[in-house]
Design a binder for this molecule. Structure first.
Ligand code: HEM
Length: 511
């Protein structure tokens, strides 16, 4: 018996060792890629390549890419090769190279190369992740959804959410100080997007455990195995698909699918029409009909995935922007006062009402948001995938098909060559005069080129509504419960801080 057990363990050990040696040999061979191609690279370490161990990550991926950018830039490299595990990734740093990839030679870089799986994980197959002709067709169909006319049409929903925000803040500051501004901003944007993308009135202020809030948080805060799956997906979307790993948690998928299906059925059977994204998606579906009169312009899965991405991409990005903006305004009272005065001046011309045109007139607030997005871009890096071999202009170096490109937004936004004294919060960088001097493609909070953010207008508009409501009514200062300097959450793909941002809020008389 003892002999058999011993043999068994020895065999297991031999198998494990053989696998490890095999993996190590493969790793060593694969990570010769950049040397072979002739691109400077960061020395990879088995098994994570250039990256930190994702389970005990000390830094977020965005921050790690920023570090790679700084290291390679200090050596005056124009680009650098990195490895995600053993998978080679190309990081251009020279702005001309970035411009070529994102715009001029976009046809070589149409896809993002991120995971999606239409069959096993239908909500993942949305505009952000899908590829090739399917992406092009859908982008054309969805673009009219985001015109300024459509934004104006949805504006009343934002005003109503603004009213709920003020009501909740009034109630909160009467009871307790300081306020957790990250939580307030997240509830506000969840209300807005929940209402616009799904037509569901989810007053997250009155119902803090609203399912929207719960599932919204669940999608963005990967837990345990989710983190490993996300890392595998980032390194190899095709392997993730072959293994049939799903990234959208099952309970989240079931919740959204059920809700979307019920919403469509209700609207179609009761002829209810609402001015929101969901209606625009239903209209696209019904713009083409089959013989039986069923709308086939979009399949149910396609429609659901787009509503889902509007929700995920729309609520966290804007709430992060509002949060960092209010943190900076609390830390820079002069800037805060200047924005408040602008809000009061402009609103006085509009009978005190927050309207689309009034917000457009608030130029300084626009600068403050631009500077917030520079210092704290919610999406800290961009991906593109090379879809056909690409010769880097003026060199003999060819980037192979399927290579993933990483554009390090955070690194560029905090590069003193483009933004002197980058840690300083200075909205004047974005005055009309200074903006015209800015090097194109160094400011990328919404990306650039044909694959840039489709929801830019909506994102800025909801951020402006939230800020206008808060700043016209309250004066904010930093509470010492907020841990400074802020530390980025190492497990979050979006820019997010560890812990909360606590502000003191004092009522001001609104004009
Ligand atoms: C402050 C708010 C926002 C920021 C900072 C932001 C940022 C971004 C960035 C950086 C990208 C990638 C662009 C690229 O690769 O070049 C992106 C793509 C996208 N965003 Fe946004 N976003 C915001 C708001 C929104 C909103 C409100 C929506 C929808 C309601 C939205 C929907 C999307 C979609 C669908 C894509 C994929 C576009 C495509 O691949 O064709 N975003 N966003």
């Amino acid at each position: 018996m003892a002999f058999t057990l011993e043999t068994f363990f020895l065999n297991v050990l031999a198998i494990i060792l053989t696998i490890l040696i095999g993996l190590y040999t493969y790793f060593k061979w694969r990570t010769k890629h950049w040397k072979r191609i002739g691109i400077p690279y960061l020395e990879p370490i088995f098994p994570f390549g250039s990256l930190n161990n994702p389970i005990v990550a000390a830094e977020s991926l965005g921050r790690q890419y920023q570090n790679f950018y700084n290291t390679a830039k200090a050596k005056r490299h124009k680009h650098v090769g990195i490895y995600s595990f053993a998978v080679p990734m190309y990081m251009p740093m020279d702005i001309e190279l970035i411009k070529n990839i994102m715009q001029k030679d976009f046809d070589h870089f149409v896809d993002r190369g991120v995971y999606y799986n239409e069959v096993d994980d239908p909500l993942s197959a949305h505009l952000f992740s899908i590829e090739g002709a399917k992406w092009r067709n859908l982008r054309v169909k969805l673009t009219p959804t985001f015109t300024s006319g459509k934004m104006k049409m949805m504006f009343p929903i934002l005003v109503e959410s603004g009213r709920q925000l003020k009501e909740a803040m009034d109630a909160a500051i009467e009871k307790t100080q300081p306020v957790d501004i990250k939580d307030f901003a997240a509830r506000f944007t969840t209300n807005v997007i929940g209402s616009c993308a799904f037509g569901i009135e989810c007053n997250c202020f009155k119902d803090p455990n609203s399912e929207f809030r719960k599932f919204g948080k669940r999608v963005l805060l990967p837990q345990g195995l989710d983190i490993v799956k996300a890392m595998v997906a980032l390194s190899s979307p095709s392997l993730t698909r072959s293994l049939r790993l799903t990234l959208v948690p099952k309970e989240v998928s079931e919740f959204f699918m059920k809700m979307i299906s019920e919403t469509i059925n209700y609207r179609e059977s009761s002829n209810v029409v609402r001015k929101d994204f969901m209606q625009l998606l239903i209209d696209i579906k019904n713009s083409v009909k089959d013989d039986k009169g069923n709308g086939i312009g979009l399949t149910f899965e396609d429609l659901a995935a787009q509503a889902f991405v509007f929700f995920v991409a729309g609520y966290e990005t804007s709430s992060t922007t509002m949060t960092f903006c209010l943190f900076e305004l609390a830390s820079n009272p002069d800037v805060q006062q200047k924005v408040r005065e602008e809000i009061q001046e402009v609103l006085a011309k509009y009978n005190g009402e927050i309207t689309y045109d009034a917000l457009t007139e608030m130029k300084y607030m626009g600068q403050v948001i631009d500077e917030t997005l520079r210092k704290y871009p919610p999406i800290m890096f961009l991906n593109r995938k090379c879809v056909e071999p690409y010769r880097i202009p003026d060199t003999d170096i060819v980037i192979e098909k399927d290579t993933v490109v990483v554009i390090p937004i955070l690194g560029i936004h905090r590069d003193p060559e483009y933004f002197p004294d980058p840690e300083r919060f200075d909205p004047d960088r974005f005055s009309e005069k200074n903006r015209s001097k800015m090097t194109p493609f160094t400011y990328l909070p919404f990306g650039e080129g044909p694959r840039a953010c489709i929801g830019l207008r909506f994102g800025v508009m909801q951020t402006k509504v939230g800020l206008a409501v808060l700043l016209r009514n309250y004066k904010f200062s930093l509470n010492n419960k907020t841990k400074t300097p802020l530390k980025l959450d190492p497990f979050s793909f979006f820019m997010s801080i560890e812990g909360d941002i606590w502000l003191n809020a004092e009522q001001v008389s609104s004009k």
